[in-house]
Design a protein around this ligand. Structure first.
Ligand code: SAM
Ligand code: SF4
Length: 347
């Protein structure tokens, strides 16, 4: 038994709810990112080293049932949005069956972040399983550069994946672009035009110190403010008011004043938005993390495999949230990177 008032958990929790996932700073946690694998069929330069990556042995991964059990407990504690990620989620076999398990829990939103390789032929099945939306990573609209940044992959396949997602009703398709100085920052306007022409929401992400090679340097970060200035020189833009149901969304949204299209920026490094963060992360091997940059995490595997009841899991979730720090500290002198890199955590 969970001991959590399930009827109450159906409504949006507020910090006064005793069962809600509230931290010491009053942040109510409503968003769970679940990584299903640390493996990937690409090696993006800002994420994974080209060679020598060690992956988790298969038996270390939580089963879909174990991951879904944690998701169900989180749902009872007020989590309303789930995003499936990785590594590359599409490389884990039978992902559709996991989406079905999650869809059965009844989240308000169920999305996936993907590199879109293989998405074109799976979009219908994923939608039928209950997936609502996809975020597709795509860092260049020039085929050769795309392949150089992602160290593989084919831009055409990724664009086909986006189109198939739209046909399957996985809307809106959001396009994640990690902007790297001197690499693809000259494509900001092209991506803004792409957003205007396709109706896809392009989100420009600042490069974070979570690359597997440990080569991150501040000089490679393109501040979101500069991205917005560049776009505004071509088309007037205006902020989109944060929707009431999602004031904690990481992307600050902008629309073009003439009404054609939308973009977003995710300024994690230059303008951290930790004060409104409502996210929790579960890694493929069952570690619960209260921040991308957390240096401590709680392994749920011993509980899941040791016969613990849902109340014990709920306690672990609450304690992990309670221990959340006020901010990620990237810009503080003593900042230390977490032991896991992005593909091992789940972005
Ligand atoms: N493989 C999938 C993909 O690429 O979309 C999902 C996992 S990937 C780790 C999730 C997101 O993290 C992607 O949008 C990717 O571009 C982003 N990402 C990876 N490393 C990053 C870094 N060092 N800084 C900023 N974003 C990063
Ligand atoms: Fe793979 Fe996604 Fe990381 Fe690229 S960003 S290496 S596609 S996990």
């Amino acid at each position: 038994m969970t001991g959590v008032p399930i009827a109450l958990a159906r409504r949006r929790p507020d910090p006064a709810d005793s069962w809600a996932l509230v931290d010491r700073f009053g942040r109510v946690h409503r968003d769970l990112r679940i990584s299903v694998t640390d493996r990937c069929n690409l090696r993006c330069i800002y994420c994974m080293p080209e060679a020598g990556v060690e992956f988790l042995p298969r038996h270390e991964l939580l089963s879909y049932e174990e991951l879904a059990r944690v998701a169900a407990v989180a749902h009872r504690l007020g989590v309303v949005r789930v995003r499936v990620t990785g590594g590359e989620p599409l490389v884990r076999r039978g992902l559709e069956s996991f989406i079905e398990l999650l869809a059965g829990i009844g989240f308000d939103d169920l999305s996936m972040t993907t590199n879109a390789i293989g998405l074109a032929r799976r979009a219908d099945a994923l939608a039928a399983a209950g997936l609502r939306r996809v975020n597709v990573s795509c860092d260049s609209l020039r085929p050769e550069r795309f392949a150089a940044i992602r160290r593989g992959g084919d831009l055409r396949v990724v664009l086909e994946g986006m189109a198939a997602a739209e046909r399957a009703g996985l809307l809106p398709v959001k396009v994640n672009v990690v902007v790297l100085a001197g690499v693809n920052d000259d494509e900001v306007v092209d991506f803004a035009r792409f957003a205007r022409e396709t109706g896809r929401v392009v989100r420009f992400i600042e490069y974070m110190p979570l690359d597997g090679s440990g080569e991150w340097e501040r000089a490679r970060v393109v501040p979101s403010a500069r991205v917005l200035e560049t776009i505004a020189e071509h088309w007037p833009i205006e902020p989109v008011p944060a929707p009431e149901e999602d004031p904690a969304a990481p992307a600050t949204r902008y629309r073009f004043v003439d009404g054609r299209g939308e973009i977003g920026v995710i300024p994690t490094v230059t303008q951290p938005f930790c004060g409104t963060c409502d996210r929790l992360r579960l890694t493929a091997d069952g570690a619960l993390r209260n921040c991308l940059f957390a240096r401590e995490e709680t392994s749920l595997k011993p509980l899941l495999r040791g016969g613990a009841d849902d109340e014990a899991l709920a306690r672990a979730l609450r304690e992990t949230v309670a221990a959340k720090l006020p901010g990620h500290g990237i810009n503080e002198p003593g900042f230390l990177r977490p032991a896991r890199s992005m593909s091992m955590i789940g972005g």
